[in-house]
Design a protein around this ligand. Structure first.
Ligand code: FAD
Length: 840
């Protein structure tokens, strides 16, 4: 019998595989038509095309699938008509008969009727061809623009934010316009949306909510060289190089309509729960189908429909049940997830929320009116519990919902509380029971094995943390692998790089990892290479590994501007240098604030101003304060015995010595230090990673403190030591920490983690650093000596080298036309950022 499939997208492809698995006798001869020039690819991972993935990397088709005569794929060939009476489909090249027809035509991007939407420079974001067109336009813009290149994304939903991130990767400053009062309005509630906005804006994306684009005009290539001028309903005008429409999708049901098949009121080919249309010989699956009155815009429900249709075609009775619409945003550095009834639309639903704007966490669990069943939730800032909470939707709550989202809680929501039929991977509908069975049956020992055996984790990837926990539950030791691309821990990778003298990420992943890397391993390796003094962090491929802040050697602020934080060792500054800081701040209109680390923040610099600002500061003898890096920040001090009547040692001189010694060193997390001249502790040294307090006889050394989200006092490591012993011990402490700590592990957690065999972490540390129990003290000393010898100021080097400066050059030469979305008001005699909603 002949089966024709229209559409070789994600769902059409999945359907062919599912049918081939079930139809062992090959009763169906399959012919697939795909309108795109490529065979099925991973549209969910489309944006990775701008992040190093090639079209081949995204390919979804198993080798050999379409090589046999009973399974044929025609690409670049759209079906133009269906004759249901004759049971044929027609393309521009042929007419093919069918006994069963499967429509998997997906969706098309909706472009709202904005005047100017057809202008060159306006794009959609759905196919690899669309992305090629965007990339080409960005290249053209780079040739013409003389200012900062900018892009506009219309739509602040899941796809709009992904498109904005893609523009960012292409080097544009994106604006996102969203009609609703918040971003991701379909998934995230008001409070979560506010925090999400803050986090998105930190990625240099300017957000305009509660407004729409009134029109787009072609701009003459005036002083900025931009091609398009978009006017918002609010009156704001945006000068941009290109516009990407991402205002939702509509089902591609035209073919079905013309063939007289029933379509839904709001579009979509109507199907029953067996995915059969109003014609029993025709099925519809994926985004083109309307099931139970609903069209799904996610891949997991489409895959479920593909399985149902395949089952029906081999005589089964499978039915489609309302699908999971959980979503997790795939943005570098922004964690947001929503699942189930996230907006609490169920009558009587109760919401339990935790909102901590200081820690940048928002969590909400929606529960039934009797508080017994989990209905859904929203997580912003920390989505580590998403994988374990999502499968609990519709099930009895295993504990107090408040405890399940409390920062230190969550034990109740681990995999142990999930029943066997809970769906762990919603993309491929894999249950906890199936995964545990596979682990036991095939002796699986890692996530890769679980993935290839069950398909779990191969969709959006959000359930991968839960797969690790299930391996542990199945009796397999939990992997300490850094990520999917490296089996090693951060500490092991450090050793490999050090021992083998590896100098690039490509070399490391080629020899010891797999794939292309991700936003976990890339910054970790960048930090390891920087710790081992592998050149300037903006040289060669190192530049592409850095987080946004390291990328511009400055911290990005919430309005898209940058901070300038020069080093002021020990907090001591001459009047002349202080005057320079004041003059620079005045001349560039920067907000000026003295920080808790005893230096001066200059905030509000536009990226194109950074080189000019730093030129003045470097000329005056300042250097980078590394406020943007995971590195030593400051060594705070009191005035010490030189001025203070109570001081017993010269804390300022020691603080300066330490700060100059450790400046620029890259570490797993930022490091802060303090030196107090007497036990009165005016420098608050015990709240630092490294704290030194003067005694009558020398110095006491404290380690592992911090003043972050979970404040912790440092522990006393050494008492009454002389300065030379103190400095050597701190050298070793820092180097041992850099070598052995986990990714983003603060010294406090690291010291605690060193406890073993009844010996507490501090005692163990003392044995390694003082008694040299591991025999590595000489290596640690040599490593620190190398760091001290090799130190150079990153900003001075950028300014002295035209190649490194090139990334800032276009900004330096740009005419002083400020980005219209960056505006300031005066407050207490200083500039204060004005967010656009406020301005309007
Ligand atoms: C950037 C991006 C990110 C996404 N992220 C996520 C995510 O994180 N999670 C998630 O669940 N979903 C995500 N999605 C949505 C997901 O990609 C879709 O749900 C999924 O691709 C739907 O599969 P489909 O086969 O129904 O449609 P498609 O993948 O669109 O495939 C339909 C195919 O049919 C072809 N076609 C149409 N008409 C004809 C014709 N007449 N003849 C021949 N061929 C035809 C089309 O050209 C297309 O190739 C994302 C989508 C995009 C664009």
């Amino acid at each position: 019998m002949d089966l024709v499939v229209v559409g070789n997208g994600m769902v059409g492809q999945r359907f062919v595989e599912a049918l081939r698995e079930r139809d062992r006798e090959k009763q169906w001869r399959v012919t697939v038509f795909g309108e795109e020039p490529r065979r099925a690819y991973d549209r969910v991972a489309l944006s990775s095309y701008f992040d190093g993935a090639s079209a081949d990397d995204l390919d979804l088709v198993a080798p050999g699938l379409y090589d046999s005569p009973d399974c044929t794929l025609y690409l670049d060939e759209a079906v133009t008509a269906i004759d249901r009476a004759a049971r044929t489909v027609t393309t521009g090249r042929r007419t093919v008969r069918y006994d069963a027809l499967v429509l998997a035509t997906g969706s098309y991007p909706f472009v709202p009727p904005v005047p100017g939407r057809e202008l060159p420079g306006c794009f959609v974001y759905r196919t690899l061809d669309d992305l090629d067109a965007v990339r080409a336009a960005v290249r053209t813009a780079a040739d013409h623009s003389r200012g900062r290149r900018a892009g506009l994304v219309i739509g602040g939903g899941l796809l709009g934010l992904e498109a904005a991130r893609a523009l960012r990767l292409l080097g544009l400053s994106p604006h996102v316009v969203e009609l609703a009062p918040r971003l991701m309005p379909l998934q995230v509630d008001e409070a979560g949306g506010g925090l999400l906005r803050d986090m998105i804006e930190e990625l240099d994306v300017t957000v305009h909510t509660g407004t729409s684009v009134a029109g787009i005009q072609e701009a003459d290539l005036g002083p900025t060289g931009h091609r398009l001028l978009a006017t918002l309903a609010s009156g704001v005008e945006l000068d941009v190089d290109l516009v990407v429409f991402s205002a939702g999708v509509r089902p591609r049901d035209q073919l079905a309509r013309e063939a007289g098949l029933a379509v839904g009121e709001r579009g979509g080919i109507v199907v029953d729960d067996g995915c059969v249309t109003s014609d029993e010989h025709v099925f519809a699956i994926g985004e083109c189908a309307c099931v139970g009155g609903r069209v799904y815009g996610l891949v997991a429900p489409g895959y479920a429909m593909a399985e149902v249709a395949a089952d029906r075609l081999v005589g089964g009775r499978a039915t489609f049940v309302a699908a999971d619409t959980s979503t997790k945003l795939k943005l570098l550095g922004v964690d947001v997830a929503s699942f189930g009834d996230a907006l609490a639309a169920t009558p009587g639903a109760l919401a339990v929320t935790l909102h901590n704007p200081v820690a940048r966490r928002y969590a909400k669990l929606v529960v039934s009116d009797d508080a017994r069943t989990l209905l859904g939730g929203v997580l912003v800032g920390d989505t580590s519990r998403y994988a374990s909470l999502r499968p609990l939707v519709g099930r009895p709550l295993p504990g107090d919902p408040a405890a399940m989202i409390a920062p230190s809680g969550g034990a109740e929501s681990g995999p142990g509380s999930l029943p066997p039929d809970a769906q762990v991977c919603s993309c491929h509908a894999v249950t906890k029971g199936t995964i545990l069975d596979a682990i036991a049956e095939h002796g699986l020992s890692d996530v890769a094995g679980v993935k290839s055996c069950t398909r779990a984790g191969t969709g959006c990837g959000s359930c991968v943390p839960l797969l690790k926990s299930l391996l542990a539950e199945g009796g397999v030791p939990v992997s300490s692998a850094l990520c999917e691309h490296f089996d090693q821990t951060r500490a092991q990778l450090f050793e490999i790089v050090r021992r083998e003298g590896i100098g690039t990420f490509t070399e490391l992943i080629g020899a010891h990892g797999r794939g292309r890397g991700c936003d976990i391993c890339k910054p970790v390796v960048a930090s390891i290479l920087a710790s081992l003094d592998h050149g300037h962090i903006l040289d060669g491929e190192q530049a592409a590994l850095q987080d946004t802040n390291d990328h511009f050697l400055a911290n990005i602020q919430r309005n898209g501007t940058y901070s300038v934080v020069p080093r002021i060792p020990g907090g001591e500054v001459t009047p002349d240098k202080l005057i320079v800081l004041g003059e620079v701040a005045r001349d560039f209109g920067l907000y000026t604030k003295i920080t808790g680390g005893q230096r001066i923040d200059l905030l509000g610099a536009r990226v194109e101003q950074l080189p000019a600002i730093w030129r003045r500061l470097v000329d005056a003898g300042f250097e980078s304060g590394h406020a943007y890096g995971k590195a030593l920040r400051t060594v705070k001090s009191c005035v010490g015995s030189t001025w203070c009547r109570y001081g017993v040692q010269d804390s300022v001189s020691l603080a300066i010595e330490l700060e100059l010694r450790y400046r620029g060193i890259r570490s797993p997390h930022k490091i802060k230090a303090g030196v107090s001249g007497c036990a009165r502790e005016c420098a608050e040294a015990q709240s630092k990673d490294i704290g030194v307090i003067a005694t009558e006889h020398g110095w006491n050394l404290y380690v592992g403190g911090n003043g972050g989200f979970r404040p912790r006092h440092a522990d006393l490591l050494l008492s009454d030591v002389d300065t030379a012993t103190l400095v050597t011990t701190i050298d070793r402490f820092i180097m041992f920490y850099i070598r052995t700590a986990d990714r983003l592990q603060r010294t406090s957690a690291w010291v605690e983690s060193l406890s073993r065999d009844g010996v507490d972490g501090l005692a163990y540390l003392r044995s390694v650093l003082v008694d040299d129990s591991l025999g590595i003290a000489a290596e640690l000393d040599a490593a620190m000596a190398r760091h001290v010898d090799c130190y150079t100021d990153e900003w001075a080097e950028v300014l002295a080298d035209p190649v490194r400066l090139r990334r800032f050059v276009s900004f330096v030469n740009a005419p002083d036309t400020p980005d219209p979305s960056i505006t300031f008001a005066a407050e207490r005699g200083q500039p204060r950022p004005v967010l656009l909603e406020v301005a309007r």
